[in-house]
Structure formats: C-alpha cells, structure tokens
Design a protein around this ligand. Structure first.
Ligand SMILES: NC(=O)c1ccc[n+]([C@@H]2O[C@H](COP(=O)([O-])OP(=O)(O)OC[C@H]3O[C@@H](n4cnc5c(N)ncnc54)[C@H](OP(=O)(O)O)[C@@H]3O)[C@@H](O)[C@H]2O)c1
Length: 275
C-alpha cells in the first residue's frame, strides 16, 4: 500500500500515516517497530523522552529497508532547550537511532516558563543547515507561541504536532497553521484511548455503515481532514487495522457529523503547563 504524502513548506514531503511509539516499553520497542515495518508503516514518530530511540534504531537497522524509504521523526526534550544543549541533544538522539540524519526534528513542547524556545529554534535552523535534519518543526505550540516564533525567525516550522482528535480539534491553532503553511500533525489521534470516541454514534454508525472499525473511521476522518497522524498500538492486529484505511471513504455528511463532535475534550496536559 502506498500511503499518500503531504507536501511540507520546505520542499520535503511526509507519509500522511505513520506509527507512533509513545509509551512503548523500551524493552519491547524493537519487536513492536519491526512488526509495524512488516505491516507496511514507513513513518516512525519517537522522542528522546520516550526512552526508546535505540529500539526504533535497531528495528530500522534489522529491517533492511533502504533509509530513503523511511521517514523518522524525533523530538528535543524540554531540559535540552537552549543554544549549545540543542546540538548535544540532537547528536545523542541521532546516535541512539543509529542514523545519519532524521527527517524531522521537533521542539517537543514550548515550555513557556523556560522562555527558551526562540533561541532553541535558531539552533534548529543551524541543525537543518548541517544537513543532518531534513525538516524542522514544533510540537504543542499554540497560536501565541507560533506568533512569537514567526516574529523572530524567517524559518516557518514545517509542522506543528498537537493533540488533535474529533473531541479536541484545536480550531484556532489549526487555522493559524493553515494560514502560515504549517502542516498539522495530530497526536493522540484516537484520543489515547482516554476519550470514549469509539462509542459515539457518529463514529460507531459510520463504522457499521462501511464495515470498518470505529478506529478506522477516526483515522479516515483525520486523513480526509488533511492531518498527518501516527496512531500507536502495541498489538500487531491493531497496527494492521489502523493501516487498512485506504479502501473506503467517509461521505460529506459523515465527515461533518464527526467534525461536529468538537468538545474541547483535551485528554492530556495544556501546553502552557508542561515545563
Ligand atoms: N508531541 C507530543 O507531545 C505527543 C504526545 C503524545 C503522543 N505523541 C505521538 O503521537 C502518537 C500517537 O498518540 P498516542 O500514542 O498518544 O495515542 P493514540 O494513538 O491516540 O492512542 C493509542 C491508544 O489507542 C489504542 N489503540 C490503538 N489502535 C487501536 C484500535 N484499532 N482499536 C482500539 N484501540 C486502539 C492503543 O492501545 P494498544 O497499544 O493496546 O493497541 C493505545 O492505548 C504517539 O505514539 C507519539 O508518537 C506526541
């Protein structure tokens, strides 16, 4: 299956559907990522703070898949924001991954109490210049954080990775991103299993109508909304289920009904509170 790609504002493109490894046990990561690669995923989303970059790297190395066919994202943790520390943290991530470059490097959270994300971004610009990072972006940045970054740099983030699912769509951030050519990556695309999305009649009904699962309907909704996403599952059957979403399409009324589920239903922390 060829996954559609989303064009980024820097000339690179990214597979729209990938596989995320938040909360994947480092001891199990190699096996789980190996399963995901066998299922067909070619886009992997990890982070320094997940503690599993090594496992991701080992699975990539063992897979024999040519590097250019893979898309790998990792993220800078809050403690490493600053000027000098960014380079050191990046080198360490690259080494743990066993890669010569990453496709996308993200500032994980704005961490406003530190007030260092602008200088961190300038260090990211240098990293991109070094060729060891193809694209640079941010995560959990809300409109005020993006406005400040855009006011102090000529480099517009390629993506903003934010919590986004039918019950929490962050319309203001999404609209700002669209206006400025920043692609939206939806984390927690299934509500992390914390929001009871799958039982909602709009989702369960569409699933029954298409002979698909509620998770597949939610993933399809994201794809048709233009989001980049990488649902996580430790179970191979669910990895396959989440990847099997290219043989049906939600109609406009179904899309509209799911979009109308917005409830400001954040399931994780507010970006101003993660420091
Ligand atoms: N930038 C950030 O701050 C940030 C924060 C959080 C996440 N992320 C990224 O986004 C990725 C995805 O988000 P997430 O992992 O938090 O949440 P998610 O993908 O919305 O949900 C994962 C949960 O859903 C379950 N699940 C997966 N497929 C399912 C299916 N087909 N049917 C029923 N349940 C299913 C999983 O359980 P099983 O594993 O048991 O199948 C797991 O409990 C992460 O892995 C990470 O890469 C980024």
């Amino acid at each position: 299956m060829t996954v559609p790609r989303i064009q980024l504002n820097d000339g690179h493109s990214i597979p729209q559907l990938g596989f995320g490894v938040f909360k994947v046990d480092p001891k199990e990561t190699e096996r789980i990522v190996a399963d995901a690669l066998e299922v067909g995923y070619r886009h992997l989303d990890t982070a320094r703070i997940y503690g599993n970059e090594e496992g991701v790297g080992r699975a990539i190395a063992a897979s024999g898949i040519p590097r250019e066919q893979l898309y790998v994202t990792t993220k800078l943790w809050n403690d490493d924001q600053g000027t000098a520390s960014v380079h050191e943290a990046f080198d360490a991530s690259l080494e743990r991954l066993g890669l010569e470059y990453v496709d996308l490097y993200l500032i994980h959270w704005p961490s406003p109490a530190r007030d260092r994300y602008v200088e961190t971004w300038h260090a990211f610009e240098e990293l991109r210049g070094s060729g060891r990072v193809r694209s640079i972006g941010v995560s959990n940045f809300l409109v005020p954080h993006l406005e400040r970054l855009l006011g102090e740099s000529d480099v517009v983030p390629a993506v903003d990775q934010i919590e986004l699912h039918p019950a929490h769509q962050q319309p203001a951030t999404a609209a700002f991103a669209e206006e400025h050519g920043i692609a939206i990556e939806a984390w927690g695309p299934l509500g992390q299993g914390k929001y009871p999305l799958f039982e909602l009649p709009e989702i369960a009904g569409a699933a029954a109508a298409h002979g698909k699962s509620p998770a597949q309907v939610v993933i399809r909704w994201h794809l048709q909304r233009g989001h980049i996403l990488f649902p996580k599952s430790s179970t191979r059957a669910r990895m396959a289920e989440n990847f099997d979403v290219f043989d049906f399409e939600l109609g406009e009324p179904e899309m509209n009904a799911i979009t109308a589920l917005e409830r400001e239903g954040r399931v994780s922390a507010h970006p101003d509170e993660v420091n």
